[in-house]
Design a protein around this ligand. Sequence first.
Ligand code: C2E
Ligand code: MG
Ligand code: MG
Ligand code: MG
Length: 288
Amino acid sequence: RAKASAQERICLFEDYMQAEFDDRKALENDLHLALERDEFELYYQAQVEVVTLNLRGLEALVRWNHPTRGQIPPGVFIPIAEEIGLIVELGRKILLTACTEAAKWKQPLKIAVNLSPIQLQAPNIVEIVMGILKDTGLAPERLELEMTETVLLNDRKRVFKILNDLRALGVTIAMDDFGTGYSSLAILRDIPFDTIKLDKSFVRDIALNPEAEALVRLVIDVGNHLGKTVIIEGIETDAQHECIRRIGCQVSQGFLFARPVQASKLDFLHWSDAELAPDASTLKNWAN
Ligand code: C2E
Ligand code: MG
Ligand code: MG
Ligand code: MG
Protein backbone atom coordinates (compact mmCIF):
# COMPACT_ATOMS: atom_id res chain seq x y z
CA ARG A 1 0.00 0.00 0.00
CA ALA A 2 2.76 2.33 0.97
CA LYS A 3 4.44 1.48 -2.30
CA ALA A 4 1.33 2.23 -4.31
CA SER A 5 0.95 5.62 -2.72
CA ALA A 6 4.61 6.42 -3.36
CA GLN A 7 4.02 5.47 -7.00
CA GLU A 8 0.97 7.67 -6.99
CA ARG A 9 2.93 10.56 -5.60
CA ILE A 10 5.56 10.20 -8.31
CA CYS A 11 2.81 10.34 -10.92
CA LEU A 12 1.31 13.41 -9.31
CA PHE A 13 4.73 15.02 -9.23
CA GLU A 14 5.29 14.22 -12.90
CA ASP A 15 1.89 15.69 -13.75
CA TYR A 16 2.83 18.76 -11.80
CA MET A 17 6.17 19.08 -13.60
CA GLN A 18 4.45 18.62 -16.94
CA ALA A 19 1.89 21.31 -16.08
CA GLU A 20 4.65 23.72 -15.04
CA PHE A 21 6.49 23.02 -18.25
CA ASP A 22 3.37 23.53 -20.40
CA ASP A 23 2.58 26.74 -18.58
CA ARG A 24 6.05 28.08 -19.16
CA LYS A 25 5.92 27.12 -22.87
CA ALA A 26 2.56 28.87 -23.17
CA LEU A 27 4.00 32.03 -21.60
CA GLU A 28 6.94 31.93 -24.00
CA ASN A 29 4.59 31.68 -26.99
CA ASP A 30 2.43 34.49 -25.62
CA LEU A 31 5.49 36.66 -25.14
CA HIS A 32 6.32 36.46 -28.84
CA LEU A 33 2.75 37.46 -29.68
CA ALA A 34 2.73 40.19 -27.05
CA LEU A 35 5.45 42.10 -28.89
CA GLU A 36 3.42 42.04 -32.11
CA ARG A 37 0.21 42.87 -30.30
CA ASP A 38 1.73 45.65 -28.25
CA GLU A 39 0.60 44.32 -24.87
CA PHE A 40 3.37 46.01 -22.88
CA GLU A 41 2.72 49.18 -20.94
CA LEU A 42 5.09 51.47 -19.09
CA TYR A 43 4.34 52.68 -15.59
CA TYR A 44 6.30 55.57 -14.11
CA GLN A 45 7.50 55.96 -10.54
CA ALA A 46 8.59 59.31 -9.08
CA GLN A 47 12.12 59.96 -7.93
CA VAL A 48 11.86 62.79 -5.42
CA GLU A 49 14.20 65.19 -3.71
CA VAL A 50 14.08 64.14 -0.08
CA VAL A 51 13.77 67.61 1.47
CA THR A 52 11.61 69.54 -1.03
CA LEU A 53 9.66 66.61 -2.51
CA ASN A 54 10.32 68.12 -5.93
CA LEU A 55 10.44 65.57 -8.70
CA ARG A 56 13.94 64.71 -9.87
CA GLY A 57 12.72 62.28 -12.49
CA LEU A 58 10.65 59.20 -13.16
CA GLU A 59 11.62 55.58 -13.59
CA ALA A 60 9.88 53.62 -16.35
CA LEU A 61 8.75 50.17 -15.18
CA VAL A 62 7.27 47.79 -17.71
CA ARG A 63 4.12 45.67 -17.20
CA TRP A 64 2.58 43.05 -19.46
CA ASN A 65 -1.18 43.28 -19.87
CA HIS A 66 -1.84 39.66 -20.74
CA PRO A 67 -5.19 39.07 -22.51
CA THR A 68 -6.28 36.25 -20.18
CA ARG A 69 -3.87 36.20 -17.22
CA GLY A 70 -4.18 39.88 -16.36
CA GLN A 71 -1.20 42.05 -15.56
CA ILE A 72 2.13 40.24 -15.25
CA PRO A 73 5.02 41.96 -13.40
CA PRO A 74 8.47 42.38 -14.97
CA GLY A 75 10.07 40.10 -12.39
CA VAL A 76 8.18 37.24 -14.05
CA PHE A 77 8.51 37.92 -17.77
CA ILE A 78 11.78 39.84 -18.17
CA PRO A 79 13.88 36.76 -17.26
CA ILE A 80 11.88 34.71 -19.79
CA ALA A 81 12.31 37.39 -22.46
CA GLU A 82 16.04 37.27 -21.74
CA GLU A 83 16.16 33.50 -22.09
CA ILE A 84 14.21 33.27 -25.34
CA GLY A 85 16.07 36.08 -27.05
CA LEU A 86 13.33 38.71 -27.00
CA ILE A 87 14.85 41.18 -24.58
CA VAL A 88 16.81 43.21 -27.11
CA GLU A 89 13.71 43.94 -29.19
CA LEU A 90 11.49 44.42 -26.13
CA GLY A 91 14.11 46.64 -24.49
CA ARG A 92 14.41 48.79 -27.61
CA LYS A 93 10.65 49.27 -27.64
CA ILE A 94 10.61 50.19 -23.94
CA LEU A 95 13.38 52.74 -24.44
CA LEU A 96 11.63 54.25 -27.46
CA THR A 97 8.30 54.51 -25.60
CA ALA A 98 9.88 56.05 -22.48
CA CYS A 99 11.87 58.62 -24.46
CA THR A 100 8.88 59.49 -26.64
CA GLU A 101 6.75 60.07 -23.55
CA ALA A 102 9.42 62.06 -21.68
CA ALA A 103 10.11 64.27 -24.70
CA LYS A 104 6.50 65.51 -24.44
CA TRP A 105 6.78 66.59 -20.79
CA LYS A 106 6.93 70.32 -20.25
CA GLN A 107 9.26 69.84 -17.28
CA PRO A 108 12.77 68.66 -18.20
CA LEU A 109 12.79 65.79 -15.71
CA LYS A 110 15.02 62.74 -15.90
CA ILE A 111 13.59 59.57 -17.40
CA ALA A 112 15.24 56.44 -16.00
CA VAL A 113 15.03 53.25 -18.05
CA ASN A 114 16.19 49.78 -16.97
CA LEU A 115 18.54 47.89 -19.28
CA SER A 116 19.11 44.15 -19.19
CA PRO A 117 22.77 43.02 -19.30
CA ILE A 118 21.87 41.25 -22.54
CA GLN A 119 20.90 44.55 -24.15
CA LEU A 120 24.33 45.84 -23.24
CA GLN A 121 25.87 42.89 -25.07
CA ALA A 122 24.06 43.73 -28.29
CA PRO A 123 26.74 44.93 -30.72
CA ASN A 124 24.92 48.13 -31.64
CA ILE A 125 23.55 49.27 -28.28
CA VAL A 126 25.21 52.68 -28.49
CA GLU A 127 23.77 53.26 -31.98
CA ILE A 128 20.34 52.14 -30.78
CA VAL A 129 20.37 54.66 -27.93
CA MET A 130 21.74 57.40 -30.18
CA GLY A 131 19.04 56.71 -32.80
CA ILE A 132 16.23 56.83 -30.23
CA LEU A 133 17.51 60.12 -28.79
CA LYS A 134 17.64 61.58 -32.28
CA ASP A 135 14.20 60.29 -33.33
CA THR A 136 12.46 61.45 -30.16
CA GLY A 137 14.39 64.69 -29.73
CA LEU A 138 14.96 63.93 -26.04
CA ALA A 139 17.93 65.83 -24.59
CA PRO A 140 20.52 63.13 -23.76
CA GLU A 141 21.11 64.53 -20.24
CA ARG A 142 17.51 63.65 -19.44
CA LEU A 143 18.03 59.94 -20.06
CA GLU A 144 19.39 57.76 -17.26
CA LEU A 145 20.09 54.11 -18.05
CA GLU A 146 19.77 51.80 -15.03
CA MET A 147 21.61 48.53 -14.87
CA THR A 148 22.61 46.14 -12.13
CA GLU A 149 26.13 45.01 -11.25
CA THR A 150 25.47 41.79 -13.18
CA VAL A 151 26.59 43.65 -16.32
CA LEU A 152 30.08 43.05 -14.93
CA LEU A 153 29.74 39.29 -15.37
CA ASN A 154 30.37 40.01 -19.05
CA ASP A 155 33.64 41.15 -20.59
CA ARG A 156 34.48 44.11 -18.35
CA LYS A 157 36.66 45.98 -20.80
CA ARG A 158 33.87 45.92 -23.35
CA VAL A 159 31.23 46.96 -20.83
CA PHE A 160 33.37 49.87 -19.63
CA LYS A 161 33.86 51.04 -23.21
CA ILE A 162 30.13 50.92 -23.90
CA LEU A 163 29.32 52.80 -20.70
CA ASN A 164 31.89 55.44 -21.61
CA ASP A 165 30.45 55.72 -25.13
CA LEU A 166 26.95 56.11 -23.71
CA ARG A 167 28.13 58.79 -21.29
CA ALA A 168 29.86 60.55 -24.16
CA LEU A 169 26.39 60.93 -25.70
CA GLY A 170 25.40 62.81 -22.54
CA VAL A 171 23.33 59.98 -21.08
CA THR A 172 23.83 59.13 -17.37
CA ILE A 173 24.31 55.64 -15.96
CA ALA A 174 22.83 54.33 -12.71
CA MET A 175 23.94 51.26 -10.76
CA ASP A 176 20.62 49.68 -9.77
CA ASP A 177 20.02 47.52 -6.68
CA PHE A 178 23.44 48.53 -5.43
CA GLY A 179 24.79 46.43 -2.59
CA THR A 180 23.02 43.19 -3.47
CA GLY A 181 25.43 41.77 -6.04
CA TYR A 182 28.75 40.02 -5.83
CA SER A 183 30.98 42.95 -6.46
CA SER A 184 33.17 44.76 -3.99
CA LEU A 185 33.43 48.46 -3.25
CA ALA A 186 36.02 48.55 -6.01
CA ILE A 187 33.29 48.81 -8.62
CA LEU A 188 32.47 52.27 -7.27
CA ARG A 189 35.98 53.28 -8.23
CA ASP A 190 36.25 51.39 -11.51
CA ILE A 191 32.90 51.56 -13.29
CA PRO A 192 32.08 54.67 -15.30
CA PHE A 193 28.72 55.67 -13.86
CA ASP A 194 26.84 58.62 -12.36
CA THR A 195 24.20 57.42 -9.95
CA ILE A 196 24.02 54.85 -7.16
CA LYS A 197 20.62 53.33 -6.44
CA LEU A 198 20.91 51.69 -3.05
CA ASP A 199 18.77 48.56 -2.93
CA LYS A 200 15.59 48.68 -0.91
CA SER A 201 16.73 45.87 1.38
CA PHE A 202 19.06 48.38 3.07
CA VAL A 203 16.33 50.73 4.28
CA ARG A 204 13.81 48.22 5.56
CA ASP A 205 15.07 48.44 9.15
CA ILE A 206 16.76 51.80 8.94
CA ALA A 207 14.50 53.53 11.44
CA LEU A 208 14.76 50.67 13.95
CA ASN A 209 18.33 49.58 13.76
CA PRO A 210 21.50 51.72 14.14
CA GLU A 211 23.61 49.23 12.15
CA ALA A 212 21.25 49.54 9.21
CA GLU A 213 21.47 53.32 9.44
CA ALA A 214 25.28 53.21 9.58
CA LEU A 215 25.43 51.26 6.34
CA VAL A 216 23.18 53.68 4.48
CA ARG A 217 25.18 56.59 5.86
CA LEU A 218 28.34 54.97 4.55
CA VAL A 219 26.99 54.63 1.01
CA ILE A 220 25.75 58.23 0.99
CA ASP A 221 29.13 59.49 2.20
CA VAL A 222 31.06 57.48 -0.37
CA GLY A 223 28.67 58.58 -3.10
CA ASN A 224 28.98 62.22 -2.14
CA HIS A 225 32.76 62.05 -2.05
CA LEU A 226 32.82 60.43 -5.49
CA GLY A 227 30.45 63.06 -6.85
CA LYS A 228 27.66 60.58 -7.54
CA THR A 229 23.95 61.04 -7.10
CA VAL A 230 22.69 58.58 -4.47
CA ILE A 231 19.09 57.40 -4.72
CA ILE A 232 17.65 55.39 -1.85
CA GLU A 233 15.00 52.93 -3.02
CA GLY A 234 12.07 51.49 -1.11
CA ILE A 235 10.99 54.28 1.25
CA GLU A 236 7.60 53.19 2.57
CA THR A 237 7.19 54.95 5.93
CA ASP A 238 7.48 58.45 7.39
CA ALA A 239 10.06 57.14 9.86
CA GLN A 240 12.28 55.90 7.03
CA HIS A 241 11.84 59.21 5.19
CA GLU A 242 12.77 61.16 8.32
CA CYS A 243 15.80 58.97 8.82
CA ILE A 244 17.24 59.37 5.31
CA ARG A 245 16.58 63.11 5.49
CA ARG A 246 18.59 63.29 8.71
CA ILE A 247 21.43 61.32 7.13
CA GLY A 248 21.57 63.79 4.25
CA CYS A 249 20.22 61.65 1.42
CA GLN A 250 19.12 63.86 -1.48
CA VAL A 251 17.01 61.69 -3.76
CA SER A 252 14.67 58.84 -3.02
CA GLN A 253 12.07 56.57 -4.54
CA GLY A 254 9.40 54.58 -2.75
CA PHE A 255 5.75 53.80 -2.22
CA LEU A 256 5.54 56.51 0.48
CA PHE A 257 6.00 59.17 -2.22
CA ALA A 258 4.36 57.47 -5.17
CA ARG A 259 3.62 54.06 -6.61
CA PRO A 260 4.38 53.44 -10.26
CA VAL A 261 1.48 54.93 -12.30
CA GLN A 262 0.29 54.85 -15.90
CA ALA A 263 1.38 57.59 -18.29
CA SER A 264 -2.17 59.02 -18.26
CA LYS A 265 -1.67 59.95 -14.58
CA LEU A 266 1.22 62.20 -15.56
CA ASP A 267 -0.95 64.70 -17.43
CA PHE A 268 0.27 67.59 -15.28
CA LEU A 269 3.66 67.18 -16.92
CA HIS A 270 2.04 68.15 -20.23
CA TRP A 271 0.65 71.44 -18.97
CA SER A 272 2.34 74.66 -19.95
CA ASP A 273 4.02 76.88 -17.35
CA ALA A 274 1.09 79.28 -17.41
CA GLU A 275 -1.31 76.49 -16.50
CA LEU A 276 0.89 75.16 -13.75
CA ALA A 277 0.68 76.02 -10.11
CA PRO A 278 3.86 77.59 -8.63
CA ASP A 279 4.63 74.30 -6.94
CA ALA A 280 4.51 72.41 -10.22
CA SER A 281 6.48 69.22 -10.50
CA THR A 282 6.20 68.50 -6.84
CA LEU A 283 4.35 65.50 -5.56
CA LYS A 284 1.22 67.52 -4.79
CA ASN A 285 0.35 67.61 -8.45
CA TRP A 286 0.20 63.97 -8.73
CA ALA A 287 -1.21 62.60 -5.55
CA ASN A 288 -4.29 60.89 -6.96
P1 C2E B 1 14.07 47.96 -10.13
O1 C2E B 1 14.60 48.58 -11.37
O2 C2E B 1 14.94 47.94 -8.94
O3 C2E B 1 12.71 48.74 -9.85
C1 C2E B 1 12.21 49.01 -8.57
C2 C2E B 1 11.15 48.01 -8.18
O4 C2E B 1 10.82 48.22 -6.80
C3 C2E B 1 9.83 48.17 -8.95
O5 C2E B 1 9.20 46.90 -9.05
C4 C2E B 1 9.03 49.08 -8.02
O6 C2E B 1 7.64 48.98 -8.19
C5 C2E B 1 9.46 48.53 -6.69
N1 C2E B 1 9.33 49.54 -5.62
C6 C2E B 1 9.42 50.88 -5.71
N2 C2E B 1 9.26 51.48 -4.53
C7 C2E B 1 9.05 50.49 -3.63
C8 C2E B 1 8.79 50.46 -2.21
O7 C2E B 1 8.74 51.47 -1.54
N3 C2E B 1 8.64 49.23 -1.65
C9 C2E B 1 8.70 48.08 -2.38
N4 C2E B 1 8.53 46.91 -1.74
N5 C2E B 1 8.93 48.06 -3.72
C10 C2E B 1 9.10 49.26 -4.33
P2 C2E B 1 8.71 46.32 -10.45
O8 C2E B 1 8.05 47.38 -11.26
O9 C2E B 1 7.95 45.07 -10.18
O10 C2E B 1 10.06 45.94 -11.20
C11 C2E B 1 10.88 44.91 -10.73
C12 C2E B 1 12.16 44.83 -11.50
O11 C2E B 1 11.93 44.45 -12.85
C13 C2E B 1 12.90 46.16 -11.61
O12 C2E B 1 13.61 46.44 -10.41
C14 C2E B 1 13.81 45.89 -12.78
O13 C2E B 1 14.92 45.14 -12.38
C15 C2E B 1 12.92 45.01 -13.66
N6 C2E B 1 12.31 45.87 -14.70
C16 C2E B 1 11.23 46.66 -14.62
N7 C2E B 1 11.01 47.30 -15.79
C17 C2E B 1 12.01 46.89 -16.63
C18 C2E B 1 12.35 47.21 -17.99
O14 C2E B 1 11.72 48.03 -18.68
N8 C2E B 1 13.46 46.56 -18.52
C19 C2E B 1 14.20 45.69 -17.78
N9 C2E B 1 15.25 45.10 -18.37
N10 C2E B 1 13.91 45.38 -16.51
C20 C2E B 1 12.82 45.98 -15.93
MG1 MG C 1 15.57 50.23 -11.81
MG1 MG D 1 16.32 48.73 -7.91
MG1 MG E 1 15.53 45.30 -9.01
